[in-house]
Design a protein around this ligand. Structure first.
Ligand SMILES: [Zn+2]
Length: 72
């Protein structure tokens, strides 16, 4: 059976995440930067990014609230 590369996500002119089907790792490619992560490490990266996104949204919400207070 021929091993096929599976693209998990792709944003044109930004980056892509794919499984090459060959090395059992996940490849994260952002511009010229390429990371090869084990599935476990990839899942941790996903959790890390998800947590940072949630915290970022919260910090934006908080700074918005601060702005609102300042203007009152
Ligand atoms: Zn690979």
């Amino acid at each position: 059976m021929e091993r096929a590369r599976t693209v998990l996500a792709d944003i044109e002119s930004f980056g892509r995440i794919y499984n090459c089907g060959d090395c059992n790792n996940i490849h994260v490619q952002i511009g010229p930067v390429s990371l090869t992560l084990s599935v476990e490490a990839y899942m941790q990266l996903v959790a890390l990014v998800n947590t940072s996104a949630a915290n970022f949204e919260q910090s934006v919400a908080w700074s918005g609230a601060d702005d609102h207070e300042l203007h009152n």
